[in-house]
Design a protein around this ligand. Structure first.
Ligand code: ADP
Ligand code: MG
Length: 259
């Protein structure tokens, strides 16, 4: 199945502006790839990490180069920070480009910049907690939308505080995006992460995942980066990848051997 990706993959990536560039593996070197100093400080000083794990190094370099990513990696390999780093940086770039004074404006929950989809409430809450640590002091607002919590309370909070980055389970996300009254929408979505795609399908979210793409702006009109992570790559995950990933500009990253 991995062959689908190799077959579809474009010829090797163009070397970036710096031809001698080797992948960056220390967080402290990320400003060379355009990552803001405040994000790097959150990671190195706030979280206390110095070196990237393999999946972090591969994903962060590829995503900062603008590619979609399909990554196969086991639990406990540091995926959360692997996707949060490029996603938060992309949010910062977008907001800064649009309005250098964006920090003085009220963030809007009807203009969500990035969405992370996670299979369970517990995982979504863990991701949110890490995202909040990473975003501390940056002005990026993170909200969590999971099943089983009081929806009205969550929506009230999102309306008051706004939302740049939404971490959600598939059912609740579909529910919010399909309801015009929810006050949550993403007409200019810049980043999408599917975390633990195989587990989302195991838990029975394949229908929601298909429906969610239809509620998002078309990739032809709104360029979007998608990062998909999965411990295994069965056929149904490949199907989801085909639906979400840009076949002309993606990188397939593997830190475990295929089954
Ligand atoms: P996964 O999502 O792949 O299961 P997590 O993102 O939950 O993995 O990370 C697993 C653990 O590794 C967490 O406790 C996290 O804080 C820690 N961790 C993540 N990145 C690093 C790093 N670069 N150096 C040291 N520890 C890290
Ligand atoms: Mg994880």
């Amino acid at each position: 199945l991995a062959r689908f990706y190799s077959a579809a993959a474009p010829s090797p990536a163009q070397p970036s502006s710096d031809a001698s560039s080797e992948p960056i593996t220390r967080f402290a070197d990320l400003p060379k790839l355009g990552v803001s100093d405040s994000l790097v400080r959150s990671i190195t000083q706030g979280m206390g990490y110095e070196n990237m794990t393999p999946i972090q190094a591969m994903t962060i370099n590829a995503a900062l180069a603008g590619k979609d990513v399909v990554a196969q990696a086991k639990t406990g390999t540091g995926k959360t920070l692997a996707f949060l780093t490029p996603v938060v940086q992309r949010i910062l770039n977008r907001l800064q480009e649009e309005n250098p004074n964006w920090r003085r404006r009220r963030p809007d929950a009807r203009d969500v910049q990035a969405i992370i989809i996670s299979p369970t409430r517990e995982l979504a809450e863990q991701i949110s907690a890490e995202a909040k640590k990473l975003c501390q002091g940056t002005g990026v607002v993170v909200q969590t939308a999971v099943g089983g919590t009081m929806k009205r309370m969550m929506l009230g909070k999102a309306r008051r505080e706004g939302c740049h980055l939404l971490v959600a389970t598939p059912g609740r996300l579909y529910d919010l995006l399909s309801d015009p009254e929810s006050g949550i929408s993403a007409p200019r979505l810049a980043s999408l992460v599917l975390d633990e795609a195989d587990r989302m399908l195991e838990v029975g979210f394949s229908k929601e995942l298909e429906q969610i793409t239809e509620l998002l702006p078309s990739r032809n009109e709104v360029p979007r980066q998608t990062l998909l992570y999965s411990a295994t790559l069965p056929k149904d995950v490949v199907g989801i990848a085909r639906q979400y990933i840009d076949p002309k500009n993606f990188e397939f990253v593997q830190t475990v051997r295929a089954d």
